[in-house]
Design a protein around this ligand. Structure first.
Ligand code: COA
Ligand code: ZN
Length: 320
């Protein structure tokens, strides 16, 4: 057992629900978040304070934040794209603003309708205004491992944007693999370079499992020094403004893998799996996550009903 602590951050009700076609009733979102609050997460990204016309699925953000039952020790964060979002997040008493912009100019314009420089200036004014308050600031850099429209994104470019925010004394930065373009080597290399350059920043890796590399990316990122991951219950997720986007790495699959390897995720896997098993009824379709279907490796199944007879026959043949 290695016992190393890995911090798990749930994003299903933000990254997951933002792309669902069917509006999920606010009461159901609250019940889910309240259940997840009792499951050992370090952080829960509850919703986003984006424009309701851009992300109609999360148009109930203000009400949601007002009505969830907050559990001490869990950080309740919200995605914020601009000053208007920050005002709403402040009124909602979010513990953390997860400010968002993309490293790719094309994705930034498609997703946020601003150039990167316009986004940066807007977010900088939010950070300046939040200084001296209780609110923590995290910056999510979308398309850090590649852009579905521009293609490869240079690690130097990612680090340069991280550096501009580091100079504003933010608490943390999230490197987002918005459409699952990271491979395990890139995950190692960018994590390693980030940790070497910004040892003071809280680093989160945000992988999507679009091409099946999510679990492998988590492991190489851990080798390179990461200890904090975004993940989504059931493997839901995706950015509606990124072509080909699909789900985040699945919380219960990732935690189950890390548990098996002896890491300490802090999660109560039985509660997480129970919540994941309720998702298909909630969202009206199947989930990509696998452990909620397969069960834990620790689970035992009964042998076939005629096992004793089969065994007798096998033993009799062996004795001949
Ligand atoms: N919350 C609520 N309303 C907002 C808002 C916010 N954070 N930001 C802007 N608006 C409203 C404005 O008040 C305005 O309303 P009005 O038409 O009634 O006057 C309208 O939205 C347009 O405002 P504008 O500043 O011109 O925004 P925009 O249309 O250029 O959109 C964003 C910019 C950033 C608000 C929008 O693109 C957005 O919310 N994107 C989020 C995308 C996202 O979450 N992607 C997935 C996560 S990575
Ligand atoms: Zn995402």
């Amino acid at each position: 057992m290695n016992g190393k602590r890995i911090y798990m951050q749930e994003v299903a009700t933000r990254d997951g629900f933002q792309i669902e076609q069917q509006f999920i009733p606010t009461d159901d979102k609250i019940a889910l978040i309240d259940a997840l609050s009792q499951a050992g997460y370090a952080k829960i990204e509850v919703t986003s304070f984006t424009s309701p016309s851009a992300i109609p699925a999360l148009r109930d953000a203000d009400e949601l934040m007002a009505r969830i039952a907050r559990v001490p020790g869990v950080v309740y964060t919200v995605l914020v794209p601009n000053a208007r979002g920050a005002e709403r997040a402040m009124a909602a008493r979010a513990d953390e603003f997860n400010l968002v912009m993309s490293v790719s100019e094309t994705h930034n314009i498609a997703n946020l309708r601003m150039t990167r420089e316009q986004s940066y200036q807007g977010l900088k004014s939010v950070i300046d205004a939040a200084r001296g308050t209780e609110v923590a600031i995290n910056v999510s850099l979308s398309t850090s491992f590649g852009c579905p429209m521009e293609g490869p994104v240079a690690h130097t470019e990612v680090l340069a944007w991280a550096d501009r925010f580091a100079q504003l004394d933010v608490r943390g930065v999230t490197l987002c693999d918005t459409t699952g373009m990271a491979d395990p080597r890139a995950a190692y290399e960018l994590t390693h370079a980030f940790k070497a350059r910004f040892p003071q920043l809280e680093l989160t890796l945000h992988f999507h499992n679009t091409r099946g590399m999510g679990g492998a990316n988590v492991l190489t990122a851990i080798e390179a020094g990461a200890n904090r991951f975004d993940a989504s219950l059931g493997g839901l997720g995706g950015c509606p403004y990124a072509p080909g986007a699909t789900g985040n790495i699945c919380t219960e699959d990732t935690a189950h893998m890390l548990d098996a390897m002896g890491y300490d995720t802090g999660l109560m896997l039985d509660r997480v799996i129970a919540a994941a098993r309720q998702l298909p009824a909630l969202i009206g379709h199947d989930i990509p996550g696998q452990v909620a279907k397969a069960g834990l490796i620790a689970e035992r199944h009964a042998p076939p009903a005629d096992f004793a007879a089969i065994r007798e026959r096998a033993l009799a043949r062996e004795a001949q």
